[in-house]
Design a protein around this ligand. Structure first.
Ligand SMILES: C[S@@+](CC[C@H](N)C(=O)[O-])C[C@H]1O[C@@H](n2cnc3c(N)ncnc32)[C@H](O)[C@@H]1O
Length: 294
């Protein structure tokens, strides 16, 4: 049906307004993306490759290859509850916050700690970009300082930090004590998956079993590993399982290479262990007053 001239004029006018509006908003989003890219550059170098909705990424050419840590997360995520509403999570060594953001998107409230102000600046900025400020809080904190806070967390995310610690078992014991439901643990490991089941006890001169490849052990790095002087210890798989067990955790699943999803086991620890941990906790608390992590 033929339309009147005034009808055609009004359609054309509405189209012009729409196109001007679309152009204005697309040039606004181009400017926002350019500003985001500048900020990413200013905050470099990045260890976590974060993806923003406009397609911008923070570390697209990661030295670990692929899209790190998104590819790890895709392997681990199915081993976790799909929703974490009401869960309190502690992300230890959060770096730029990749895992904190994913866990917050599942409904958790996350306390994320790291010692490095560079990474925390990245994490705080990215958190604002994702609009997750009400769900994730970042603290500059040394892992051992957790001894100052007696409260527990439903999920303790302890990935990529254990081997950076000079006193790794102290950190593991402290974190295991604060784990209410799950711990997700990852460390560098030695090659091999063999497990030698030690007897409950040995004579003082029976040393050969210690040389078995599956005997629980950790290699000590006196100098550097991968150019990094903060890589101190590399356990074997049997060592990881034994350490976790001995800290009161049991391995539920291994969803990815070197990743262990653990449950807290409620059983009494050996008294010698408890008293050492109590005295260290006491020392930390006397050095600095108790602090509740929200
Ligand atoms: C290899 S990155 C792992 C980052 C992240 N957890 C992941 O799995 O992708 C190690 C992180 O732990 C932090 N870190 C190292 N030692 C720490 C310590 N003693 N206390 C708290 N954070 C620490 C580093 O600053 C760094 O961000």
């Amino acid at each position: 049906m033929p339309r009147s001239a005034s009808y055609r004029r009004s359609v054309a006018a509405r189209r012009d307004v729409h196109e001007v509006g679309t152009f204005a908003s697309s040039s606004r989003s181009t400017r926002a993306s350019a500003a985001r890219r500048r900020k990413i550059e200013a905050l470099a170098p990045w260890f976590h490759n974060l993806h923003f909705p406009d397609g911008t990424q923070t570390a697209p050419d990661h030295f670990l290859g692929g899209d790190f840590p998104a590819f790890k997360w895709r392997e681990i995520a199915p081993a976790l509850p799909a929703r974490l509403d009401g869960w309190r999570v502690l992300d230890v060594g959060c770096n730029a916050g990749f895992y904190s953001f994913e866990l917050a998107r599942r409904g958790a409230h996350v306390t994320a700690i790291d010692i490095d102000p560079h990474y925390l600046a990245q994490a705080r900025w990215a958190c604002r970009q994702f609009g997750l400020e009400s769900r994730v809080r970042f603290r500059r904190m040394e892992v051992y300082e957790i001894a100052r806070d007696p409260q527990g967390f439903d999920l303790v995310w302890f990935m990529g930090v254990f081997y950076h610690l000079r006193y790794p078992l102290l950190a593991l014991d402290l974190l295991a004590q604060r784990t209410r439901r799950l711990m997700v643990f990852q460390t560098l490991t030695m090659p091999g998956d063999s497990v030698y089941a030690p007897q409950p006890d040995y004579r003082i001169d029976e040393r050969t079993p210690l040389l078995e490849s599956g005997w629980p052990k950790m290699a000590f790095i006196e100098q550097r590993f991968s150019g990094d002087p903060t890589n101190w210890w590399v356990p074997n798989h049997a060592g990881v399982e034994a350490l976790l067990r001995s800290s009161g955790l049991s391995v539920k699943s291994r969803p990815a290479h070197e990743v262990y999803v653990c449950k807290r086991v409620t059983r009494r620890q050996r008294p010698i262990y408890g008293s050492q941990l109590e005295s260290i906790t006491g020392l930390v608390q006397r050095a600095a007053p108790r602090r509740r992590l929200r």
